[in-house]
Design a protein around this ligand. Structure first.
Ligand SMILES: Cc1cc2nc3c(=O)[nH]c(=O)nc-3n(C[C@H](O)[C@H](O)[C@H](O)COP(=O)(O)OP(=O)(O)OC[C@H]3O[C@@H](n4cnc5c(N)ncnc54)[C@H](O)[C@@H]3O)c2cc1C
Length: 510
C-alpha cells in the first residue's frame, strides 16, 4: 500500500508540534482530546505495543463562570463597549466534578440552578444509555435508522435526541441559561449552527460528542496527539505500507489513476482501489471533470478559531471558591450560556466577529505534564468563516485573537497577557489559527474540522446498501474510490473509524 501525504509528516490535524521555538513544549497543535478511538481498533492494530498509547481521564468535566455580561451586555458590547466585558464581575461558576457528586450539587445550587442538578444527572444517564447502544456499532456495517432505533429500545430517548432539535430538549429539561449553554456546546463544536437548528446538524454533532468511550468522556493523550498518530504510523509501516511525504495528490480518476507532485515533478500511480483521506469536497475537486465524489454540493464552512498559549503559571480566577487547577483541569467554558451562544451565532451568520466570543479552554499539561510548560488551548466558537478572505486573514486573525483574550479575561482576576512565556526570539508564546489558516495548512475546506457536515451513524431506511462500501459508509459515486478519513459516514474526530471501515469494505470486495 502506498500512502501519499502532502506535508513533511503524517497526522493531519492530529499532530504534536514545537510551536514555540526554544521552549521544549510539544503541543497538540490542532486536535487535543480523544474519545472516539475504539479499543477494538487499538487492539486490532496492536497500537501501544511499541509506542504506548495512553489516554488519561480528567477528573473535572467542566467549569463555567457565570458570565459577566448577559443579553444586555452583549447589546452594549455590540455597540462598541467591549471593555465592559473584561471588567464585568463573574465571581461564581459551575464546577462539574466527576469525582464528587455532592460538590457538584452544591455548585449547581451556588449559581442558582439547584433544580437542574437532578435533570443533569438524568439527562447524562440517558446519553450514556444511547452511547452504550450506538458506540459498539461504529466498527460494524451500518445499521438502518429503524434497526438503530430498535437497538436503542427507548422511543422517548430516540425522539428527543435524534429527531427533535437539540435546543428543544435542552430548554424542556433545563431551566438555567448557563446550564443550558454547557449542555448545548457539545452540539456546536466545529459546527456552524445554533442549538435550535432544525436541520439537526446540532444533534449529529452532539451525538458524536456524547457516545465516545461509551460514556462521553474525552481523554487526554499522554505525550500529546502526536503520540496517537505516531502509533498509527508505526502500525502502518509494520504492515508494509510505504509512506511518501511531501507528495501532494493533484488528480484522481474514477479508474484509479492518481497524479501527485513530488519534488517539483508530477508522478502517476494506479490503485485497484483508492482510499481518499481528504475531505469529500477536496476529492470532488481532485476528480475534476472525472465526476463528483458524492452528494457533497456545497463547500463546508468551519466556525472556530484555535489559539495555543504557553504560560508561566495558571491565571487566578475571579471565582475564589474554585482553584485554577480544577477550573482548567476540565473544559473551561467562557461566555457559553445558551443566550450568549445564540447571540454569537446570529452575529457570525451576519459575517461579524461576535462581540462576546464563546470560548472553551483546556490545559492539557495539568493532566499530562510530559508536554512541559502550562499550556492552554482555546477554541473560540462561532467565528464567521464567511467573512475571511485571503486579503483580510491577517487582520481577522488579530481581531479574533483579541476577541478570544477579551472573552477569557472576563473570567480571570488578572489579565492573561503578562503570563505568556516568550520563545527563543523573545516573542510571546501564542499562536492563532483561523479557519482559513486550517484550509491552507491542512486542506480542510472552509476550515471545517470534520471535513464537512457530520452524518448519522446509521443509514436512512431507503439508502442503498448493496455494496460493501455502502454498508460500511465509505462509498463515493465511483466504486474504486472510497473515503477513509473524517468525511466517511462515521468519521469526524480522532477515531480511526474511516480507515477501519474503508479497510473492511476493501476486504469484503468493496
Ligand atoms: C483545531 C482542531 C481541533 C480538533 N479537536 C479535536 C479533538 O480534540 N478531538 C477529536 O477527536 N477531533 C478533533 N478535531 C478533528 C480531528 O482532528 C479530525 O477529525 C481528524 O484529524 C481527522 O483525521 P483525518 O486523517 O481523516 O484527516 P486530517 O487530520 O484532516 O488529515 C488529512 C491529511 O490529508 C493530507 N492531505 C490533504 N490534501 C492532500 C493532497 N491533495 N495530497 C496529499 N495529502 C493531502 C493533509 O495534509 C492531512 O495530513 C479537531 C480538528 C481541528 C482542526
Amino acid at each position: 500500500m502506498l500512502v501519499l501525504e502532502r506535508e513533511p509528516q503524517v497526522g493531519g490535524a492530529a499532530i504534536s508540534a514545537d510551536a514555540f521555538a526554544g521552549t521544549g513544549a510539544r503541543l497538540s497543535r490542532y486536535s487535543y482530546l480523544v474519545s472516539l478511538l475504539p479499543t477494538r481498533i487499538i487492539r486490532e492494530l496492536g497500537l501501544g505495543l511499541e509506542i504506548e498509547i495512553e489516554l488519561a481521564r480528567r477528573r473535572y468535566s467542566s467549569y463555567t463562570p457565570v458570565p459577566g455580561v448577559g443579553a444586555a451586555g452583549v447589546g452594549a458590547a455590540r455597540a462598541g463597549a467591549l471593555d465592559g466585558i473584561a471588567s464585568a464581575a463573574s465571581a461564581a461558576g459551575l464546577l462539574v466534578d466527576n469525582g464528587d457528586a455532592e460538590a457538584t450539587r452544591a455548585s449547581f445550587a451556588r449559581i442558582g440552578a439547584a433544580a437542574d442538578f437532578d435533570a443533569w444527572n438524568v439527562f447524562y444517564e440517558d446519553t450514556a444509555r444511547l452511547a452504550r447502544a450506538v458506540l459498539p456499532t461504529v466498527c460494524e456495517p451500518l445499521l438502518t435508522r429503524s434497526e438503530a432505533r430498535l437497538l436503542v429500545d427507548d422511543d422517548i430517548l430516540w425522539t428527543s435526541l435524534i429527531e427533535r432539535p437539540l435546543g428543544a430538549v435542552i430548554t424542556d429539561r433545563f431551566k438555567n441559561d448557563l446550564v443550558r449553554g454547557v449542555v448545548a456546546t457539545d452540539g456546536l463544536i466545529g459546527t456552524f449552527t445554533s442549538p435550535g437548528d432544525r436541520s439537526l446538524d446540532t444533534n449529529r454533532c452532539f451525538l458524536y460528542h456524547v457516545i465516545g468511550n461509551e460514556t462521553g468522556d474525552w481523554d487526554v493523550p499522554i505525550g500529546g496527539m502526536g503520540a496517537v498518530t505516531g502509533a498509527l504510523e508505526q502500525a502502518a509501516r509494520a504492515a508494509g505500507a510505504r509512506l511518501e511525504l511531501r507528495s501532494e495528490v493533484t488528480s484522481v480518476t474514477p479508474d484509479g489513476a492518481v497524479d501527485y507532485r513530488r519534488e517539483g515533478r508530477v508522478e502517476r500511480t494506479r490503485g485497484a482501489v483508492v482510499l481518499a483521506n481528504v475531505a469529500p469536497w477536496v476529492l470532488r475537486e481532485l476528480l475534476g471533470a472525472g465526476g463528483t465524489a458524492s452528494a457533497v454540493i456545497e463547500k463546508p464552512e468551519g466556525a472556530q478559531v484555535k489559539v495555543n498559549l504557553l504560560l508561566t503559571r495558571l491565571p487566578r480566577l475571579k471565582d475564589a471558591s474554585v482553584s485554577s487547577e480544577a477550573a482548567f483541569g476540565g473544559t473551561f467554558h467562557v461566555n457559553e450560556s445558551y443566550e450568549q451562544l445564540q447571540a454569537a451565532y446570529e452575529q457570525a451568520l451576519a459575517g461579524e466577529i461576535p462581540s462576546v466570543l464563546p470560548c472553551e479552554i483546556y490545559c492539557h499539561s495539568l493532566t499530562d505534564p510530559s508536554i512541559l510548560a502550562p499550556e492552554l488551548a482555546q477554541a473560540g466558537a462561532h467565528t464567521p468563516h464567511r467573512a475571511l478572505t485571503e486579503g483580510n486573514n491577517d487582520e481577522m486573525r488579530a481581531q479574533l485573537q483579541a476577541a478570544v483574550l477579551l472573552s477569557l479575561n472576563s473570567a480571570l482576576a488578572e489579565r492573561i497577557e503578562p503570563l505568556l512565556m516568550t520563545d527563543a526570539a523573545g516573542r510571546p508564546c501564542i499562536e492563532t489559527k483561523t479557519t482559513l489558516d486550517l484550509e491552507h495548512a491542512l486542506n480542510l475546506p472552509g476550515g471545517n474540522i470534520f471535513h464537512g457536515e457530520l452524518s448519522w451513524p446509521f443509514l436512512e431506511d431507503d439508502e442503498p446498501r448493496g455494496t460493501p462500501a455502502e454498508r460500511w459508509g465509505v462509498a463515493t459515486s465511483h466504486p474504486r474510490i472510497l473515503i477513509c478519513g473524517a468525511g466517511a459516514r462515521r468519521g469526524g474526530g480522532v477515531s480511526g473509524l474511516g480507515g477501519h471501515n474503508a479497510a473492511m469494505a476493501v476486504l469484503e470486495g468493496a
